[in-house]
Design a protein around this ligand. Structure first.
Ligand code: MD6
Ligand code: FE
Length: 214
């Protein structure tokens, strides 16, 4: 699949990405001061759009709590997975913080900004099962993910369920990009290593995923 990642900007200046199962990982792309500033921005997002626990279509509450910024947020309930134009409480999603858009601009494209910044919060016991991100209209745009706080074991496989997988620990400040042939790779979070970062005073992990939706 053709990828929309601007080749002139990729890999990032200053260091080659690690490639795991076709996923480009930029270890430590965001320095500690910038991570702390992002957390402050995200506190504002969560004030405007409180975290909630989506229900899977099977009716189980996800262990990850979520919210979003941008034109769309991702949502799940008995009806299925979809993007919705406002928070489940009916209030608008807040804008995507500029510092988050700057990461997209530097690593993906300055031509088109993402429509959604999904914010996932993992307590130490939270996990995310293997899934594909396929609710977006155009898979030529990658999904960019930012990890903040405690380390998490990220597993990535191929485009069919049940095949071989590879794992990598994502640490605070790492950026991972699912694009090109890996855009539809199955991936998930097996576990979070409690107290492995001091970024969040109460611990846990935040993962941001930036997506072009329509
Ligand atoms: C996570 N990430 O890192 C879960 N999706 O907590 C994702 O589900 C993900 O990292 C699409 C692209 C990159 C990702
Ligand atoms: Fe995903």
């Amino acid at each position: 699949m053709k990828s929309r990642v601007d080749s002139a900007l990729f890999p990032a200046p200053g260091g080659p990405a690690l490639v795991v199962g076709g996923v480009a990982v930029h270890p430590g792309y965001i320095d500690p001061a910038a991570q702390a500033a992002l957390v402050e921005d995200l506190r504002g997002v969560i004030r405007a759009a409180p975290l909630f626990s989506p229900m899977t279509p099977q009716g189980r509450a996800m262990s990850v709590r979520m919210t979003a910024a941008g034109r769309y947020g991702w949502f799940s309930d008995r009806t299925g997975y979809r993007y919705i134009p406002s928070h489940p409480a009916g209030t608008p999603w807040p804008p995507i913080p500029d510092a988050v858009l700057a990461i997209w601009r530097a690593l993906v494209s300055a031509e088109r900004m993402p429509d959604c910044c999904l914010v996932n919060f993992y307590a130490a016991s939270a996990r995310m099962g293997l899934h594909q991100d396929r609710d977006e209209a155009d898979f030529s745009w990658p999904v960019l993910s930012v990890s903040l706080g405690d380390e998490a074991l990220f597993r990535v496989g191929g485009t069919t369920r049940g095949g071989p997988t590879q794992s990598v620990w994502l640490r605070s400040g790492d950026v991972a990009i699912l694009g090109g042939a890996a855009r539809l790779a199955f991936h998930g979070i097996d576990r979070v290593r409690a107290a492995s970062s001091t970024l969040l005073p109460k611990g846990g992990r935040i993962n941001l995923t930036l997506r072009v939706v329509d």
